[in-house]
Design a protein around this ligand. Structure first.
Ligand code: ZN
Length: 465
């Protein structure tokens, strides 16, 4: 019974709340999340899951229980962000200056999914529901590569459906998408010379970077308006009196769909070649760092998630949570709060609230958040949907000190347990209502045409040369 799942999760609030706090207290960035990964692995093993490693990824694993069809998955993440250290407070104050912190709430993300998996295991063991349940411990989401590398190894291939969630400021299923992305560093080789005495003897690699950036900024007008182009210069010479013979620029390109993304990547590569030609420098082999697909949100699963959010009932926060939320909100000027709400498609009628103790129907169908996630790759392999749960005050955006502070507080724990309940109940329905799962699979096939998954990384490789 689904009611048992809710009771089990409520009874285990302290256990899983402390696990999320232990991860928050020991933030580690992508592929280095040994503490978080071990805590997840120990909890899954203790609960009796079968655990398998993922080749070449020590902090990734797959935990499985049950057997046979359907095969249903839950995604978990636990990596922190560089330089996001922050104490639980309404004012900006790092625990340790310059250290990592959980500014995206991934200390909650993985634990909620694991909590849901462990809660469901009893129902599977008793034969109340039948099939295989998997918890995927996915490292390095912030580097947009953990799930891509796992997907390339085929670990998601036999899934019938997969669910996830993300810390957020409102409780809402995500019917919309997130952008596909390609991240690549372009390096140029020139000729050094004395910049004062003999500039005519040199060829500046930095000139190539600058001309490439100018080209990219003119290209910007002619890409789809939802696309994003951002870059940093990672190498630009050491001192001005030497013509720099080495320079590099690192780009992230994002677009609503992978075909448009690849088109933009192709154009940017041509701009880089043009910049090299104009400056008589050489474009070195392009360093493609990561690439992810846009998210295909399965609307059948989105509806199922909404029904279960409502079945579980919205999270209710303590007095202390409300006080902290009021202080955090006071740190944001009204314009910042409004911009934060706009980024998450949050209706302005919620602007006077601190914490969302309600459930919103999706406001984003047909739209795309302008961030990206490697869960997009999973959504290309199996029917997939996710939702946001309120783990920080309305208007707070991820990757901010306010988000880190909230993710380490009771606000985070309460939102996390609501997420765990929603995931557990939604999967329970998928195990016990084959007609819903079939509908989700038909929709998935209509959208993808059953095309075989080839990663964006694999597809962009052909652009270099
Ligand atoms: Zn995140």
């Amino acid at each position: 019974m689904k009611a048992n799942l809710l009771e089990w999760i409520d009874n285990n609030r302290v256990l899983f709340g402390s696990m999320a706090k232990a991860i928050w207290d020991n933030p580690q960035i992508g592929f280095e999340e040994t503490i978080a990964s071990q805590l997840h692995r120990d909890a899954a093993a203790k609960a009796g899951f079968r655990i398998s490693d993922v080749d070449g990824m020590p902090t990734a694993f797959v935990a499985e229980c049950g057997s046979g069809k359907p095969v249903l998955g839950l995604l978990g993440e636990f990596d922190a962000l560089a330089q996001m250290s922050q104490v639980v407070s309404g004012e900006p104050k790092p625990v340790k200056a310059g250290a990592p912190g959980h500014g995206c709430g991934h200390n909650l993300l993985g634990v909620a999914s694991l909590t849901a998996a462990i809660a469901l295991k009893e129902a599977l063991d008793k034969g109340e529901i039948q099939g295989t349940l998997r918890y995927y411990a996915c490292p390095a989401e912030e580097m947009l590569s953990g799930k891509v590398r796992m997907a390339e190894q085929g670990v998601f291939d036999d899934l019938d459906a997969c669910l996830a969630w993300h810390p957020s400021s409102v409780n809402m299923p995500w019917a919309g998408s997130l952008l596909s992305l390609c991240s690549a560093e372009f390096s140029f080789k020139g000729l050094s010379a004395h910049a004062g005495a003999a500039p005519h003897m040199g060829r500046s690699a930095l000139d190539a970077v600058e001309l490439m950036d100018i080209g990219a900024n003119f290209m910007r007008e002619h890409v789809h308006e939802s696309s994003r182009i951002h870059y940093i210069i990672t190498k630009g010479g050491k001192q001005p009196n030497t013509v720099p013979d080495e320079a590099s620029v690192w780009y992230n390109l994002r677009a609503p769909g992978s075909e448009g993304l690849l088109d933009n990547c192709r154009w940017l590569t041509e701009i880089a070649r043009g910049a090299a030609m104009m400056t008589q420098t050489t474009l070195l082999p392009i360093d493609f760092k990561s690439g992810v697909y846009e998210v295909l949100s399965n609307q059948t699963l989105v509806s199922l998630i909404e029904q279960n959010m409502r079945y579980c009932g919205p999270p209710v926060y303590s007095e202390a949570d409300h006080k902290l939320a009021a202080k955090i909100t006071a740190s944001m000027p009204p314009a910042a709060k409004q911009k934060g709400m706009d980024a998450g498609f949050i209706p302005h009628r919620l602007k006077d609230l601190y914490l969302h103790e309600d459930i919103l129907s999706p406001t984003d169908e047909g739209k795309s958040q302008s961030a990206s996630t490697d869960a997009g790759d999973v959504s290309q392999i199996a029917p997939f949907a996710q939702f946001g749960a309120c783990t920080w005050p309305i208007g707070v955006n991820p990757h901010t000190w306010q988000a880190t502070a909230s993710a380490g507080s009771g606000i985070g724990t309460t939102g996390m347990l609501f997420a765990a309940k929603t995931l557990a109940c939604s999967l329970y329905d998928l195990f016990s209502m084959p007609e819903v799962l079939d509908k989700a699979k038909v929709e998935f096939f209509e959208v993808t045409g059953g095309a075989r998954y080839v990663s964006v990384m694999e597809r962009v490789k052909g652009l270099d040369g």
